[in-house]
Ligand binder design. Structure first.
Ligand code: PEP
Length: 254
């Protein structure tokens, strides 16, 4: 059975104290099982929170993730944070290929291939983001674009390595815009992604790959999106910053 996952992506939000407090609230929510049974909850925090949040977590169904890692292992790369450093904080996961990283920081597929390799070398799980921009959807190129991102970013991996990857489908036009893909659009793309994974790694691996939806997911639409058979959970930006909203989304996935 593939995992049900709700992952928060805090992006560049929360001071140290605010982040530690939000993580405490989520930990307590998971601990006292107020409706989130069976869901792996991930907190994608800024680097500064990783060590403290990882240290404070008491629940095995809660995991801390970084939002990026360096392409290199160590050395003279001022301002970078390596996958080894992330793992050394107790964080178990890293989000890679987010559209904001791709578009604002020029993260191309060859760069992502290096980051994925570093993450795997440091024994981190990976949430790998793919998704088309609005013009690509309007030109009906969204399937082609997503298949290319998967092929170029991930398909050099062995099946054993690929088992550490969760895919997040995030249509760029839906991220932070309040515009969500319809449940039917999400299901259609998730089923397509699963078929592309099956073509490459076989149906068994595809059936075990968790595929998350991201893009303006909130307590009002989570139920409808998660009710699709190929949507295994969500990558949640804005709505992960308020504990009450995030809890509602976790509950919707349970
Ligand atoms: C994201 O950043 O991954 C995301 C999905 O953001 P939002 O939920 O705010 O659209």
């Amino acid at each position: 059975m593939r995992k049900k996952i709700v992952a928060g992506n805090w992006k560049m939000n929360k001071t140290f104290a605010e982040g530690v407090e939000l993580a405490r609230e989520v930990n307590d929510y998971v601990r006292y099982k107020e409706g989130g049974e069976g869901v792996l909850v991930v907190l994608g925090t800024p680097f500064i929170h990783l060590a403290k949040v990882a240290h404070n977590i008491t629940e095995t169904s809660l995991m801390v993730a970084a939002q990026n890692c360096a392409t290199e292992k160590a050395g003279a790369y001022t301002g970078e944070v390596s996958a080894d450093m992330i793992a050394s904080t107790g964080a178990k996961c890293v989000i890679l290929g987010h559209s904001e990283r791709r578009s604002y920081y020029g993260e191309t597929s060859p760069i992502l291939v290096k980051k994925v390799a570093q993450a795997l070398d440091s024994k981190l799980e990976i949430i790998f983001c793919v998704g088309e921009v609005l013009e690509e959807r309007e030109a009906e190129k969204h399937f082609e674009v997503v298949k290319q991102q998967l092929t170029d970013g991930l398909f050099n991996l062995t099946p054993e390595q690929f088992a550490h990857v969760v895919i997040a489908y995030e249509p760029v036009w839906a991220i932070g815009t309040g515009k969500t893909a319809t449940p039917a659009q999400a299901q259609e793309m998730h089923a397509f992604i699963r078929s592309v994974v099956a073509e490459k790694y076989g149906q068994t691996v595809a059936n075990e790959t968790s595929i998350l939806y991201g893009g303006s997911c909130n307590p009002g639409n989570a139920d409808a999106i998660f009710s699709n058979p190929d949507v295994d959970g969500g990558l949640i930006g804005g709505a992960s910053l308020k504990a009450a909203d995030f809890f509602e989304i976790i509950k919707a996935r349970a």
